[in-house]
Write a protein that binds this ligand. Structure first.
Ligand code: NAD
Length: 756
């Protein structure tokens, strides 16, 4: 029962097989760390005694090595920094010893090698991968807010040169298929699985003198070091490129990677370079952002993809045939992803031309995929043959699931469902893709409300990974389980929510957009508002996003929400948003991107061409100046105007957007619309662009870290500096919300659940 199994053959080649006795995958956990020094000692003395002529490192698991131990990394605090550094030093010394044993060492990667797994392989002289299906190779640490701290930054820089290392591997975190990993220079060859060990032995015999390039005399980093003039002239553009890549979001990892790469490249000695890397790694792993990202992109994603909300005891269902009713923008795209996953699809619309046009969407996507070599003629034809355009309900008679995506109108949907139910089998799942109509209300129009469920896709369906599953009052467990099985069959990530106006995602995103339009109504410069959105980390700033979603829709939803609130006796001050929306639509006729006129101007190709001047000239934006405008990247008006007393601060704009969405999420949890933090986090990041660095709307509250720019109220001392004013976690969030409430209004008041 050991981590490393040892086997010597007649040629004195040792095969080390990694096999964590306690886990289904190998990770850099304590089992690995504890066993490594002993392994290294045994290898060293074997080499010294001339009993070893070469070493193969492989794995007994389905994958080669999964990477760092996320379960322990997520717990690391600044107090652990010293102990952690020691641990990492130990592992690095072990890997360094392996690459300097004096005999050739080969990584025989029988499957996926990511992060720490690939770092082990990078410390060998030759990397062979098998063509195992789905195997991935790369250093995805940046996507968890970390950097490859097991020598990955240092070695990849020395293998590929600073520029390629940064741009192709380290700051993107891309996971390569074996063939692509070879092209990228991370893997040396790909072989069939049954030849893996033979090929490794062959290579060892042919290369008895193998050493790492950086241990050879006269080694130079490809493309040079930062002090090489040819490279030095490009150095100033690196930080700018990284900032551009993360769009100004407060993500420390890409910057730390850049620093570790550039500073490490200046050091000739590889031990010194990896020490620099370790320090940046420890800073990241003990900080808040990596925790947020590990929580969301590892644990929460696993929860959702693993069917965290799937009722127990319901047998798994495999779907064969989808009836897609409505072949418009959404229907056409849903048909495509289902056919791609191997399902038969009947694509039904009112006229055959409309249904065929819907199928044409798939034809176009497939033509593109063919052109790019992403599929074969045969596969592509088979996929398209699975989609049958139709105008006849009777074609749905053998479907095991129907999804309806006709126009957003209750009466029409009721009529369509009556016709669907008349033909489909009695155990057919009934799904609606409605984005706003309550599922419980729609279910009143069907005979089997227990089989009726919301299956809410996001546009563009083939790119957006999320599906929001909405359970109506009468939806039963079998239907919920089946909807989740369907989602996983089409390889999407589901969240499960209970019925409410706007469900979860549409409800919460409205608060982001509304907060931004309030700022506009307050007179804040729209360029500053957009900058605040970007620096908050949103993939698209709010006014740009509002243009894409269209103001006509915003007005419709706003009116419905308002009517519902009035009916419930709630009076709401909308901060002048209705007037802005009305003026934009009625007076200036600027609904959004589709029409080529919105908050932005658009050129003939439909590309954004700057904010519309009328926002300043007609709507009076820019009359209020943010007090620390320097920290923003505003376009106009700021250098001429002086901020008045009590003027809003830039960081307030940033946090107003984030808090607005987080607070509404908390209400969704309190009301039972959301049932788990994981659904909140994943739904907000994958569905509505809540900034990834936060770990999602709920994680943002739980692990809140007050930004330095948000200066404390006078006389207060932060709890982290020995004072008693809370600045982190839920208490920090509540304290900050109280400040925002006082300054900007009671919509920032936290619900009782948070106060408690
Ligand atoms: P769309 O207007 O592009 O398509 C609707 C299609 O339904 C049209 O092709 C129409 O001919 C067809 N249709 C109408 N009556 C029909 C009938 N009796 N039988 C068969 N087909 C019929 O609309 P869309 O954007 O695809 O939206 C469809 C649904 O999806 C709506 O409920 C919408 O709220 C929802 N939705 C839209 C988005 C989005 O981003 N557009 C996102 C999520 C959900």
């Amino acid at each position: 029962m050991s981590m490393f199994k040892w086997e010597t053959d007649a040629d004195k080649i040792v095969t080390i097989t990694m096999d964590d006795p306690n886990q289904p995958v190998n990770t850099m956990n304590s089992t690995f760390q504890d066993a490594l020094p002993e392994l290294v000692e045994k290898l060293k003395s074997g080499v010294e005694a001339q009993e070893i002529s070469g070493v193969i490192i492989t794995s007994a698991k389905k994958t080669f090595f999964a990477g760092g131990d996320i379960k322990s990394m997520i717990k690391a605090t600044p107090a652990d920094a010293e102990a952690l550094t020691k641990e990492i030093d130990g592992m690095k010394a072990g890997l360094r010893a392996i690459e300097t044993l004096g005999v050739p060492v080969v990584a025989a990667m029988n499957g996926t090698a990511l992060g720490g797994g690939l770092e082990i392989a990078l410390a060998t002289h030759h990397r062979i991968a098998t063509d195992a299906k789905g195997a991935k190779f790369g250093l995805p640490e940046v996507t968890l807010g970390l950097l490859p701290g097991g020598g990955g930054v240092t070695r990849v820089v020395r293998m590929l040169g600073i520029q390629d290392a940064l741009m192709k591997v380290l700051t993107t975190g891309r996971q390569f298929r074996a063939e692509d990993a070879v092209k990228a220079g991370l893997v040396d060859e790909v072989v069939p699985a049954d030849q893996l060990l033979d090929k490794a032995k062959e290579w060892i015999k042919a290369n008895p003198e193998a050493t790492q390039p950086w241990d050879q005399k006269g080694f130079k980093i490809p493309g040079g070091t930062p002090s090489t003039p040819a490279l030095a002239q490009f150095l100033p553009s690196f930080p700018a490129n990284v900032t551009k890549q993360i769009k100004g979001a407060p993500m420390p990892a890409p910057k730390a990677i850049l620093k570790a790469a550039v500073e490490g490249a200046q050091l000739r000695n590889i031990e010194e370079a990896t020490a620099v890397e370790t320090r940046y790694f420890v800073e990241l792993v003990t900080g808040p952002t990596s925790k947020n990202m590990m929580q969301a992109f590892f644990f929460d994603l696993q929860y959702c993809n693993g069917g965290g909300q799937r009722p127990e005891g319901v047998e798994k269902k495999q779907f064969k045939k989808l009836g897609m009713v409505g072949a418009g923008m959404m229907g056409a795209a849903i048909a495509y992803v289902a056919a791609k996953a191997g399902m038969e699809v009947v694509l039904k619309d009112i006229a055959i031309e409309a249904a065929e046009k819907g199928k044409n969407y798939s034809e176009k996507l497939e033509a593109k995929a063919l052109e790019r070599g992403k599929t074969t003629q045969e596969k592509s034809e088979a996929l398209l043959n699975r989609i049958t355009p139709s105008v006849d309900y009777s074609d749905l008679s053998d479907c095991d699931i129907v999804i309806e995506a006709v126009f957003e109108n209750t009466e029409l949907k009721h009529k369509v469902w009556a016709e669907i139910e008349a033909v489909v089998p009695s155990d057919c799942v009934l799904g609606s893709n409605t984005s706003t109509l309550p599922i419980t209300e729609l279910a009143t129009g069907v005979k089997r409300p227990e089989a009726f469920i919301g299956i809410h896709f996001f546009s563009p369906v083939d790119k957006m990974p999320l599906v929001e599953i909405i359970r109506g009052e009468k939806t039963d467990d079998e239907t919920l389980a089946a909807a989740l099985d369907f989602t996983s069959q089409i390889r999407k990530t589901p969240i499960v929510v209970n019925d409410s106006r706007g469900f979860y995602t549409s409800r919460v995103i409205g608060f982001f957009l509304n907060e931004a339009m309030r700022m506009l109504a307050e007179g804040i410069d729209p360029a500053v508002i957009e900058a605040a959105g970007r620096q908050a980390g949103y993939p698209a700033p709010p006014l740009q996003l509002q243009d894409e979603l269209n103001l006509k829709l915003a007005r419709k939803i706003g009116a419905e929400t308002k009517a519902a609130q009035e009916a419930a006796g709630i009076s709401v001050d909308d901060g002048g948003v209705t007037e802005i929306v009305d003026a934009m639509l009625d007076k200036f006729d600027r609904p959004g991107k589709l029409e080529g006129r919105g908050f932005y101007e658009y050129n003939e190709e439909g590309r954004r061409a700057g904010l519309w001047r009328g926002l300043w000239d007609e709507l009076g934006a820019g009359r209020v100046v943010v007090s620390d405008a320097e920290s923003s990247t505003s376009g106009r008006g700021l250098d001429t105007a002086e901020a008045q007393d009590g003027a809003p601060k830039f960081i307030d704009l940033v946090e107003r957007m984030l808090f607005a969405e987080a607070l509404e999420t908390q209400k969704c949890l309190d009301e039972g619309v959301l049932m788990s933090d994981a659904d909140a986090n994943i739904g907000s990041i994958l569905g509505i662009g809540f900034p990834a660095w936060t770990g999602g709307t709920r994680q943002y509250i739980k692990n809140y870290a007050r930004p330095a720019a948000a200066t404390l109220p006078e006389g207060k001392v932060a709890d982290v500096d020995g004072g008693d004013y809370p600045t982190t976690g839920v208490a920090g969030f509540v304290a900050r919300a109280a400040e925002l409430t006082e300054k900007y209004g009671e919509r920032f008041e936290v619900p009782e659940s948070l106060k408690a």
